[in-house]
Ligand binder design. Structure first.
Ligand code: CUA
Length: 266
């Protein structure tokens, strides 16, 4: 408003009118105070903004100080097309990350070398952090109990739009119970079902062709070795979705897929 207003006012106020086209305006030379003013004022403004930014910067990039005892660290792996969470005791979860409430939670975020770039984004807990194959980015949060929605914020392929997750922030005792249970039941169908629901069903259905072929009745669902080969190496358009899973994780999946009936579920 200010700039356009002044511009219009000057265009009208100083228009040529009836003066000759070649007539020159008054020749003014030098306005020392004005020139010093329009030099010094921007310098002062920019210096003030710059100082403020550098004053605030350390507090923005560093996690608040906390004793080692009440911190935890969770590794977040982005893959086509799911999120896998690794906990300090070696347990894993898919699709839902469980984290302790009201304490600093460090997040190490990456994609494996054979995957593509994704972006971990929990809008209510902070900004987007890219997952870049071959490098680890770090961030942190400290949140009250609740469930927070996470999204992949980097176009990463055909099922990018489905690459959602939840962060379930719970009291520390509940968090510790969760990761202990997961560790104790590394080959269980609870994990297997989670793997199937978050990883396989990104692209497959039991009864119909989706992104990939229907899985119902496929003998591979009961074939530990056959499933492992495909999951670790990929086939055709299917990426090597489980290239870095542990043997226990593959066992968990097969323990679950063995229970699937040809037409059960979606
Ligand atoms: Cu992963 Cu978009």
């Amino acid at each position: 408003m200010l700039v356009e207003g002044v511009l219009l006012a000057f265009v009208i106020r100083y228009r040529r009118g009836k003066r000759a086209r070649a007539a020159e305006g008054p020749q003014i030379h030098g306005a020392v105070r004005l020139e010093i003013g329009w030099t010094v004022l921007p310098v002062v403004i920019l210096a003030a903004i710059g100082s403020f930014v550098f004053y605030k910067l350390p507090g923005i990039s560093n996690a608040p100080a906390a004793s080692a005892a009440d911190q935890s660290s969770i590794t977040i792996e982005g893959r086509q097309f799911y999120w896998m969470f690794h906990y300090p005791n070696g347990a894993v979860s898919f699709g839902t990350m469980v984290a302790p409430a009201n304490e600093v939670v460090h997040e190490a975020i990456y994609s494996p070398d054979n995957d593509v770039s994704h972006s971990w984004w929990v809008p209510n807990l902070g900004g987007q952090v890219d997952t870049i194959p071959g490098r680890t980015n770090e961030t942190w949060f400290q949140a009250p109990p609740g469930t927070y929605i996470a999204r992949c914020a980097e176009l990463c392929g055909v099922q990018h739009a489905l690459m959602t997750a939840h962060v379930r922030v719970v009291p520390r005792s509940e968090y510790e119970q969760f990761i202990a249970q997961r560790k104790a039941d590394q080959r269980g169908v609870t994990l297997g079902k989670e793997e199937f629901d978050y990883v396989c069903t990104s692209c497959h259905r039991l009864n119909e062709t989706y992104i990939g072929p229907a899985l119902g009745g496929n003998p591979l669902l009961k074939d530990r070795k056959g499933i492992e080969d495909i999951l670790r190496r990929g086939v055709g358009k299917m990426p090597a979705v489980a290239s870095d899973w542990t043997e226990a994780q593959i066992d968990a999946l097969v323990n679950y897929t063995k229970t699937l009936k040809k037409t059960s579920g979606g």
